[in-house]
Design a protein around this ligand. Structure first.
Ligand SMILES: [Zn+2]
Length: 46
């Protein structure tokens, strides 16, 4: 039995536009806001 790919999805609030959305977390990859394009920080997850 194969498990699906390990993809963590977390909900993060953007520091700039305060929009909340879920983002897939990949190591060594920057996350950018879907709404304003600014950098998203994992520590802002809610
Ligand atoms: Zn934003």
């Amino acid at each position: 039995m194969k498990k699906s790919e390990k993809r963590k999805k977390i909900t993060i609030r953007c520091r700039k536009c305060f929009m909340v959305d879920s983002y897939e977390i990949e190591e060594k990859k920057e996350i950018k806001c879907k709404h304003c394009g600014s950098k998203i920080y994992k520590i802002d997850s809610i």
